[in-house]
Design a protein around this ligand. Structure first.
Ligand code: 2NE
Length: 270
């Protein structure tokens, strides 16, 4: 694809082409580990992709063939989070995880090389994962004095079952792409040279579907695990759809025209 740069960032590349937004973690010297700045930049790009009506699918990936993302940058890990340039400690990747789940468009993780630690959780929370044959997956938290007991544990368990999720977290082993496919961590495995082509093909197949159907389905898939916040997302779609109806608009119009609303012409659906 003819990727066009949307905006220059220091830690990521943000590009678009043919209705697809591509966000690339661009810190290959540390296997695309993230610092607070990296996460802020991804969140800004994701927000742009959300509000761009031309964008239907987002791809999240890492620069180079060696890593998707190796998690939090341990060099800037302070005593209560990851430090930004002002010395403030953050765990802002947790906000990003929620935003990946709530953006009403499919997000595809395109994984070459390592998806490790917090980088593994990032691919987990994406809707779809396309893995290259050289992809390697795992958690390191208990080894490096960290853990993600949020989506990193609960969503992983809902994806692959609690036994396997506990194995991954308790043992800190690494798993190759075929093992990941067999346990349901990824959707497909392709040769490294085919990775972007295949990912774009999946994106194109989603781009021709009904945007509202995909939007409501995404929130429906998340609703159970996300509890009240999940119901809010799903119900927000119902509100949006209601606003789009004449029945909903009659209420607004009557208010603005200072008259009683007349809902009598609207059918009570069985
Ligand atoms: C990713 C992995 C397995 C790659 O191994 P390899 O052998 O391919 O590369 P190497 O030599 O380990 O790494 C290359 C350079 O990248 C740095 C390394 O220190 C090394 O630097 P130099 O020695 O060349 O100067 N690097 C890699 N990952 C880094 C990181 N995360 N932070 C800072 N520098 C990093 C291997 O590198 C690895 O296991 N990396 C560490 C993975 C890890 O433990 N990540 C943190 C988990 S905790 C977390 O992400 C987290 C959380 O649990 C909860 C909330 C927020 C974050």
């Amino acid at each position: 694809l003819d990727w066009q740069c949307v905006q220059e960032y220091s830690d990521i590349r943000y590009e678009k082409a043919e209705g697809i937004a591509k966000i690339t973690l661009n810190r290959p010297e540390v296997r695309n580990a993230f610092r607070p700045q990296t996460i802020s930049e991804i969140r800004a790009a994701l927000s742009d992709a959300r509000f761009d009506e031309q964008v239907g699918v987002v791809i999240l990936t890492g620069q180079g063939d060696l890593a998707f993302c190796s998690g939090g940058d341990q060099r800037v890990r302070g005593d209560s989070g990851y430090q930004d340039d002002t010395g403030t400690h953050h765990l802002n990747v947790l906000d990003l995880q929620k935003e990946i789940r709530s953006i009403p468009k499919p997000v595809i993780a395109m994984v070459a090389g390592y998806a490790i630690g917090g980088g593994h959780v990032l691919h987990l929370v994406c809707d779809i994962t396309i893995a290259a044959e050289n992809a390697r997956f795992g958690q390191t938290g208990p080894k490096v004095g960290s853990f993600d007991g949020g989506f990193g544990a609960s969503y992983m368990a809902s994806l692959i079952g609690p036994k396997k999720a506990k194995e991954i977290w308790f043992m800190c082993r690494q798993y190759d792409a075929v093992q990941a496919l067999n346990m349901g961590l990824v959707n497909t495995v392709v040769p490294l040279a085919e990775l972007e082509k295949e990912t774009v093909q999946w994106a194109r197949e989603m781009l021709v579907q009904s945007p509202i159907a995909l939007r409501v389905l995404k929130s429906a898939f998340n609703a159970g695990l996300d509890g009240q916040a999940g119901i809010q997302e799903l119900a927000g779609n119902a509100t949006m759809l209601f606003y789009m109806t004449e029945e909903g608009q009659e209420g607004r119009n009557a208010y603005l025209e200072k008259r009683q609303p007349d809902f009598s012409r609207f059918k009570r659906q069985p």
